[in-house]
Design a protein around this ligand. Structure first.
Ligand SMILES: [Zn+2]
Length: 356
């Protein structure tokens, strides 16, 4: 089965975990290998779930569009198991339960839902009121967060390299972003189309964060996962959209490998051919566009990107250039041929060496 078409989408790439396994002591190696094993198991479970869904056919979605647009959240506590059907510990409207991971996930889901609804006029992940289903305390010391096609799973982190994943709104919004991307523009999770998938999830992540804080493009830090690095790790975040390649440089974690320009595009078989690596290039392009436009990233740059994601001509195997050209065409259609917006999009891609 082709696992790249319906993969599990994770926040922390395998190559970082492999680095930890190589550099760490016996205990650290075990923790890193444990997290790697979790993503491998999830990947195969995901493939099986996809196969079952395809076999069952598209019978059950008909009534979802009739729901009133309102956020609907459920948070499950896996209690350090890998049970994605664990009991629900907080559902929509319930007061805080006092468990930080539960309450953080609930709040981040709420902010992300409201962003999608108020800014993009979208009713949840599938635009049909889908329940946001999160699993916290997923596995034991798991240094990762995942979108498994139906749910968001959050590990507690080992405490050595990463802390609990729910600490970060950008992480939660990134994972929910994968859900939106899956529904609108199923970009194959491999090579440049996979890097675009990661890129768009990062765009959702930072935009929700900036929107909640009321930050302009100029004022924002453009970091993804600033809150999840464990104490003592040398770095600011997991990724920087403003300065790809500079987010961390740590003896055990290794160095941030993201390029910021096409001339540094990384050719590798690792990480589904660099989906978490080369996403630095479109990330930087988006940052450049947002800065050129000024103001709030979600108002123009974000809307153009969102419309590009939902565009019928976005191909599942789109590469950077194809996406960039469509992105520019969408800006032209939305704002006019020689508009500031279309020029800013062209400038963004030009700045990272993607020719339109
Ligand atoms: Zn991701």
């Amino acid at each position: 089965m082709n696992t790249s078409r319906h993969p599990i989408q994770c926040l922390i790439p395998d190559y970082v975990l492999v680095e930890i396994a190589k550099q760490g002591d016996a205990e650290e190696r075990e923790a890193a290998l444990n997290t790697l094993a979790v993503s491998t198991t999830l990947r195969s479970a995901r493939s099986q779930a996809e196969a079952a869904r395809m076999a069952a056919g598209p019978a059950v979605v008909a009534t979802q569009g009739l729901r009133e647009p309102a956020v609907d959240r459920i948070i499950r506590d896996a209690k350090n198991t890998r049970d994605t059907g664990a009991p629900i510990v907080r559902k929509e409207g319930d007061p805080p339960v006092g468990d930080a991971a539960v309450d953080e996930a609930y709040d981040h889901f709420g902010h992300t839902w409201t962003f999608l609804f108020e800014v993009l006029a979208r009713n949840s992940i599938d635009n049909a009121g889908m329940t946001l289903d999160g699993v916290v305390h997923y596995g034991k010391n798991v240094d990762n967060a995942f979108w498994d096609g139906d749910q968001m799973l959050f590990g507690d982190g080992s405490g050595t390299w990463f802390t609990r994943m729910t600490k970060s709104l950008t992480v939660a919004a990134h994972e929910l972003g994968h859900g939106v991307i899956q529904c609108d523009g199923p970009l194959v999770y491999q090579g440049e189309s996979g890097a675009l998938n990661e890129h768009l999830a990062d765009v959702f992540g930072v935009m929700v964060h900036q929107w909640l804080l009321g930050q302009t493009a100029e004022d924002a830090d453009w970091l993804v996962g600033a809150e999840i690095l464990a104490e003592g790790v040398q770095g600011r975040a997991l990724r920087s959209m403003k300065d790809p390649g500079t987010a961390y440089d740590d003896p055990k974690l290794g160095k941030d490998r993201q390029p910021a320009h096409m001339k540094d595009l990384v050719i590798t078989l690792e990480d589904n051919r660099g989906v978490h690596i080369n996403s630095g290039i479109p990330n930087r392009a988006f940052y450049e566009t947002a800065i050129a436009l000024g103001g709030f990233s979600w108002e123009r740059a974000g809307r153009i990107h969102y419309a590009t994601l939902g565009h019928p001509q976005l191909r599942p195997n789109s590469d950077f250039r194809r996406f960039a050209r469509l992105n520019h065409r969408v800006a032209t259609q939305m704002y006019g041929a020689n508009s500031t917006e279309a020029d800013a999009v062209a400038h963004g891609w030009n700045a990272v060496g993607v020719e339109l």
